[in-house]
Design a protein around this ligand. Structure first.
Ligand code: SF4
Length: 743
């Protein structure tokens, strides 16, 4: 080594602030660089959101991994044969844009669909901008399953969304109910510390979950309900609160309509009846109801466990909204504050539906609007109309939560029903692993009717192996980040890029910009990602560089509680509609009874004889974010296989030993997982790991990186009967049987 080089390498490393490359949460990091190469990534402890979850330590392995996709690839063999040719970005973009133009001109813009997932940049918003300008309403997103059903119901009942990522405010929130969510595993590790701090300052913590999660372990009350019966539990709480006169009479009289109808509906959900349905003791139902109604302010969290329940979803999400409203916990500090500030929203233009609603080339609604009108262009118009008086700018946060149902997109590809979809662009989505009924998705991805499938990702996922083009995405170290919690809130964090992208990796934004510029969208796309961020931040009056340079690089509008007192609620009536006129206009029953999931011991007792166990799937693991990170050896050592959690008594009765291989079977088939005894589970309930694949296996046909082996979505149905009122997949509260692999 030359003397000058030696001196340079012995100098203190350069430290750069940025975001963690591992998942889309965008937690803050400090990266040490030597000669411009990242050598260590640490949590930025000075930031409000340090990268400190168990995955974060693997940032460099992720960034440098030998299996990352680094160059644009074009398929040269059959789909799934693994034969690829490296091409230039220019060639890829010219060919892809050319095909999109042909499909649009021959079949209309609706024949192009897009699927987003765990985004690799602010690509979700850029994709919406592209879709709206192109004229397609067939923009899907995995986020559909991650809360759309809850958010749409909130718009229907009170016209705003009650801060989905909210945690109890220490010293203010008196009662916090974490319902179907385990923040330390689902969101970020430091949330456990926040929950503990709130408890120390007097918050009573209730966790409603079939599993004794990390959050349940520190709770004052853990409610172990039967998966899929959340709606009945909510109605049971409402029964107690209404009949014991514990509701907020003043708020109900001044601000709610439909209370008498709600009161009538919940009469049959007595604690005794609900105990029978949910397997929760009646005394505990009463205890939780009284606690939430009297220890105020009370918070009722957003949680994925309450959606993804198939037919049982609507009563569950509405029930939660009714509870928040009639107890007077809506829009109060420490309860459910509405923090939607459309005037400050960065992604307003990207989300703006008007461009899509009035697009000159669009003649059709999305492919699932005829079955689930609540998630359609028509519904968008109604939401805007209902909000107009209070919120003329339209919704600020989560405005893009109106997606077609994936099951109908597969029908549109395979059967051309209700009309053909011929081109698909997928970003950051391991589709065969992440969505229900993997065999049907496979059928769509291998159908000759799908004339072009483009995947942009970090990895060769099973879906990418079946694509026509695979494009390399940059990671969190290589791109600047304007984090906005997927647009759910008005909290934005800014971090500059730590290093320039390596190889030919590019940000998602560049894909949409380059395609847009080739498809008549010139003038809509600033040249650089930083330039786009500047444009997005205009309403907030700060540039991206200025925000990123702040000690606390966050925009955090102070929540203004009780804004409804000036303008009313953003519904057609201006009140909280316990009987939603919006749902009625769309043809739904706004006050539905609790409905059992499509397969359950009650709704299908005959099926339950053969499939006697109630299955919930997809609980978060602290080692993986959704389907990601299975490549990372240190994480795999902690959680090497898909696990099937089962009560030891049940397992022993079935001849299953702890740690042994088992089949999990539904009427759709079986997959193999590893038994893990969990004596806190109800003996009739099992939890199957979701989102599983084995990237160490051959990526080509027929294995496709182990996608058929343990992936629970191979055996989860996606027919309309199994979907919820918005067309979302049904991942919890199904039936299955489990038996040893030897048999
Ligand atoms: S939650 Fe995601 S972004 Fe945050 S530290 Fe963990 S892996 Fe990194």
């Amino acid at each position: 080594m030359q003397a000058a080089e030696k001196i340079a390498s012995e100098q203190e490393p350069e430290i750069k602030r940025g975001t963690c490359p591992i998942c889309g949460m965008g937690c803050f990091t400090e990266t040490q660089l030597r000669d411009g190469i990242p050598v260590k990534v640490k949590p930025d402890r000075a930031s409000p959101h340090p990268a400190d979850c168990p995955r974060a330590g693997q940032a460099l392995d992720y960034h440098d991994h030998a299996e990352r996709v680094n160059f644009p690839l074009k398929r040269v063999g059959g789909r799934g044969q693994g034969k690829w040719q490296r091409i230039s970005w220019d060639q890829a973009l010219e060919e892809i844009a050319g095909k999109l133009a042909t499909v649009r001109d021959q079949d209309g813009p609706e024949a192009v669909a897009m699927l987003g997932g765990s985004f690799k940049g602010p690509g979700d918003a850029a994709a919406w901008r592209f879709a709206n300008l192109f004229g397609t309403p067939n923009r899907m997103h995995l986020g559909k399953n991650c809360g759309e059903a809850e958010f749409l119901s909130e718009w229907a009942v009170y016209g705003e969304i009650g801060a989905p990522g909210m945690l109890p405010v220490a010293g203010v929130t008196k009662c916090a109910i974490l319902w179907g969510v385990n923040p330390p595993a689902s969101w970020s590790g430091h949330t456990l510390t926040m929950l503990q701090a709130a408890r120390r300052q007097g918050t009573k913590l209730v966790v409603i979950d079939p599993r004794r999660t990390e959050s349940a372990a520190i709770a004052d009350i853990w409610v172990r309900l039967r998966p899929g019966t959340d709606g009945a539990f909510a109605y049971g709480m409402l029964n107690v609160i209404i009949n014991e006169g514990l509701y907020d009479r003043d708020f109900v009289e001044r601000w709610c309509i439909g209370f008498d109808e709600l009161k009538a509906l919940v009469q049959k959900y007595t604690p005794a009846k609900v105990a029978e349905i949910t397997w929760v003791p009646a005394a505990q139902i009463v205890e939780v109801a009284r606690l939430y109604a009297t220890e105020k302010p009370g918070q009722l969290s957003f949680g994925l466990g309450v959606v993804e329940l198939g037919k049982a979803t609507l009563s569950a999400v509405l029930g939660k909204n009714f509870l928040r409203a009639i107890t007077g916990n809506l829009d109060v500090r420490g309860g459910q504050v509405f923090d939607d500030h459309p005037e400050l929203t960065c992604f307003r233009e990207e989300m703006h539906w008007e461009r899509l609603i009035h697009h000159p080339l669009r003649t059709r609604d999305n492919v699932s609007a005829h079955i689930w009108p609540v998630a359609s262009v028509r519904a968008m118009q109604l939401y805007l109309e209902a909000m107009a008086k209070v919120n003329p700018l339209g919704p600020g946060s989560a405005a893009y939560m109106v997606y077609p149902a994936p099951t109908c997109v597969w029908s549109a590809i395979i059967d051309r029903d209700p009309y053909p979809i011929k081109a698909l662009i997928t970003q950051g989505t391991n589709t065969l692993v992440a969505l229900a009924n993997a065999k049907r998705i496979y059928q769509a991805f291998t159908s000759p009717n799908l004339e072009m499938h483009v995947v942009m990702d970090h990895w060769m996922t099973p879906g990418a192996q079946l694509a026509d083009y695979v494009l390399p995405a940059s990671d969190g170290l290589e791109r600047p980040n304007l984090g906005g919690m997927w647009g759910f809130s008005n909290v934005y964090s800014a971090a500059p890029r730590t290093i320039e992208p390596r190889y030919e990796r590019r940000d998602d934004y560049q894909l949409w910009r380059e395609l847009g510029n080739r498809l008549g969208q010139q003038g809509e796309w600033p040249e650089t990602l930083e330039g786009w961020f500047d444009q997005l931040l205009t309403p907030a009056g700060v540039s991206f560089a200025e925000l990123a340079a702040r000690d606390l690089p966050w925009l955090f509008p102070v929540p203004q509680a009780k804004r409804y007192e000036q303008k009313g609620f953003a519904t057609f009536s201006g009140k909280v509609e316990l009987k939603s006129s919006l749902l009625e206009k769309l043809g739904y029953n706004p006050l539905p009874a609790f409905e059992e999931p499509c397969w359950s011991p009650v709704s299908t007792p005959e099926l339950a004889k053969d499939y006697p166990l109630v299955m919930t799937t997809g609980g978060s693991s602290p080692f993986y974010y959704r389907s990601q990170h299975k490549h990372l050896k240190k994480l795999r050592r902690q959680h090497p296989y898909a696990m099937l959690q089962i009560h030891p008594q049940t397992a022993q009765g079935l001849g299953i030993a702890d740690g042994s291989a088992v089949y999990v079977e539904t009427p759709l088939g079986r997959v193999r997982q590893q038994a893990q005894f969990a004596d806190d589970l109800h003996p009739q309930v099992v939890h199957a790991d979701g989102l599983w694949w084995y990237p160490e296996q051959s990526g080509t046909e027929p294995t496709l990186a182990g996608v058929w082996e343990s992936n629970i979505n191979v055996v989860i149905p996606d027919d309309p009967d199994h979907c919820d009122y918005a067309g979302d997949n049904h991942f919890r509260g199904l039936l299955c049987r489990v038996y040893p692999v030897e048999r």
